[in-house]
Design a protein around this ligand. Structure first.
Ligand code: PHE
Length: 338
């Protein structure tokens, strides 16, 4: 008769040698598959004399059963090994010290933003927020910006690939001044508002960032004068820098949307920036054409506007000398303010 014992022994060695489920299934096929050794023997049963067939069949089936058992055992073993390997790989060292909870902090420019809101709120200014994607009309035309003004050129402004109802390309606002128009068209005088927010220009170096922050201020009523601008802004600077030891000067300048216009400079009389005049804000009396675009009669309503850079104010307050530090997200820098 066939040497079934030898076949079973070989199969057991083969199964044991299979190191992964795929090679185990291959080994199985060599014995129990369509053209496997045991299968081949079963097929020859018919050629045996009738009296031998029964016992031979039983012997093959017994051998087959032992192979199945060996297979199952090896399958279980391999699965166990895989699990053990995964557990070892994903082991957690529960004795490691915990990472702890780190404290978040408010970004220094946002601190400035909050301080400005608090100061202006305390003297009756409303706070408004508006879109960073603007129309050409709000950003330029309504602000008396002539069609050929260089501020409109592709170099200075980020344009968005989408057109407004006038067929003009939308853009990222280059200043917060469009908020003067947006707010004034929705409110009746007295209009007294600040609008802090993000602004964008194609500009990038130690003192310019393509994205930066401004705060717009607007006060329109029947008798708001340049003297009010001086008083409000000087008071703001003293409170913002927490010192009366500073001087403010209004230097004649030009903006299409104000007339007269002035650059606001300040000078500390003590501290690290002592003695140097620093440019801090644009400002002026709102141009009559702009008041008209507010939907108001410039014969009756008058007032001032200013637009100041939040990064600039923050740098002066904390003695920061490179604007890029604000946007790098370096915790060594940011932690100093939390
Ligand atoms: N929008 C001007 C700028 O970005 C600043 C400004 C605001 C000037 C309001 C006058 C009045 O430079």
């Amino acid at each position: 008769m066939w040497n079934l014992e030898a076949i079973v022994a070989r199969a057991q060695v083969d199964f044991g040698a299979a190191g992964d489920p795929a090679s185990l299934e291959n080994a199985k096929a060599r014995y129990l598959g369509k053209s496997g050794e045991l299968t081949a023997l079963l097929k020859t049963l018919g050629t045996l004399p009738a009296d031998e067939r029964k016992s031979a069949g039983a012997a093959i089936n017994a051998a087959k059963e032992r192979l199945e058992q060996a297979l199952d055992a090896r399958r279980a073993e391999l699965a166990g090994e895989k699990l053990a390997a995964r557990l070892a790989e994903e082991a957690l060292d529960v004795t490691l010290p915990a990472r702890g909870r780190t404290r978040g902090g408010v970004h220094p420019v946002m601190r400035t933003w909050q301080r400005i809101e608090t100061i202006f709120q305390s003297i009756g200014f409303d706070i408004a927020d508006g879109p960073e994607i603007e129309t050409d009309w709000y950003n330029f035309t309504a602000l008396n910006n002539p069609e050929n003004h260089p501020a409109r050129s592709m170099q200075d402004t980020f344009y968005v690939d989408m057109k407004d109802v006038d067929g003009k390309q939308l853009l990222l606002r280059t200043h917060t001044s469009p908020m003067q128009v947006r707010y004034a068209r929705l409110h009746r005088p007295p209009i007294k508002v600040i609008a802090p927010g993000r602004t964008y220009r194609v500009d990038s170096d130690a003192t310019h960032s393509p994205m930066f922050h401004q705060v717009e201020g607007l006060w329109i009523d029947e008798q708001v004068s340049f003297a009010d601008l001086k008083g409000v802004y000087t008071d703001f600077l003293r409170r913002f820098f927490e010192t009366d030891d500073l001087q403010v000067r209004f230097r004649p300048s030009y903006f299409p949307f104000t007339e007269p216009s002035a650059e606001i400079d300040m000078k500390f009389d003590s501290g690290p920036h002592k003695g140097r005049w620093l440019e801090i804000s644009g400002s002026g009396q709102v141009h009559p054409d702009v008041v008209r675009n507010f939907g108001l009669d410039p014969e009756r309503y008058i007032g001032f506007a200013f637009g100041s850079g939040l990064e600039r104010l923050t740098m002066l307050r904390y003695g920061i000398d490179d604007l890029r530090l604000f946007f790098e997200g370096d915790l060594r820098f940011l932690k100093q303010f939390s």
